[in-house]
Design a protein around this ligand. Structure first.
Ligand SMILES: Cc1cc2nc3c(=O)[nH]c(=O)nc-3n(C[C@H](O)[C@H](O)[C@H](O)COP(=O)(O)O)c2cc1C
Length: 200
């Protein structure tokens, strides 16, 4: 179901439409659309163009591969994400290729790539739900993630489903709950930390 952002200022349509439901339809995501999602991620900006993001993709058509990815999620996420047709595990390279120095923007840049992916998904009528609730050491071990890379998050991808099909009351309630955000003065400052910018 759609759950658009109630924006106070105009934004691009996919930004308004993007949200994070837990209900997914039992519909396969076309490989061409998945390719577009990773193309969108690929064109995110990154510090020194390092592109520190890495993605491991698992689709339900490959049950063993899907179960391996699903098993890397915490139980509360597995409960709903098991119905998503596609799971993606994310990781970052923690150091710059050219000099081995730590890349303090690696997680920032993965976030940017994930946001690109989520917005492209919204534009294609797909929904995406990102998750911090994973077991990073399990990802590391099961997928042979080498030193210098850190698993970060998971992303469930699919077509929107019905809240009524979710397994828990709190999940069904969350689908219909109002989406809330901080006020602009909570996070846009000018002059001094915490001082409202006067822009809004
Ligand atoms: C990095 C990140 C980690 C998240 N981790 C989880 C998670 O482990 N489980 C979950 O159900 N939702 C998770 N979420 C979804 C957020 O709760 C959701 O994005 C937030 O409530 C805002 O809602 P919206 O995406 O619908 O605007 C995560 C989102 C992000 C971006």
């Amino acid at each position: 179901m759609p759950n658009p952002a109630k924006t106070e200022h105009p934004v691009l349509e996919p930004i308004a439409q993007r949200w994070s439901p837990r209900a997914f339809a039992d519909t396969t995501v076309e490989p061409a659309k998945l390719r577009s999602l990773f193309e969108a991620a690929r064109w995110a900006a990154s510090s020194y163009n390092e592109q520190p993001w890495r993605f491991i993709v698992a689709a339900r058509q490959d049950p063993a591969g899907f179960d391996r990815a699903l098993g890397c999620l915490l139980d509360a996420n597995q409960a709903w994400a098991k119905s998503a047709p596609v799971l993606v595990l994310t990781a970052v390279s923690t150091a710059f290729k050219k000099n081995g120095k730590p890349n303090r923007c690696a997680e920032h840049d993965l976030g940017a790539a994930a946001a690109h992916l989520a917005l492209q998904a919204a534009d294609l009528g797909l929904v995406v739900h990102q998750m911090a609730g994973i077991n990073p050491s399990k990802v590391q071990a099961l997928y042979g993630v080498p030193d210098g890379y850190e698993p970060q998050t998971a992303i469930a991808i699919g077509y929107p489903g019905k809240a009524a099909d979710l397994p828990e009351d709190w999940m069904r309630a969350a689908e219909g709950a109002p989406r809330t955000r901080n006020t602009f003065d909570d996070f846009v400052f000018a002059g001094k930390w915490g001082e409202a910018s006067g822009l809004f």
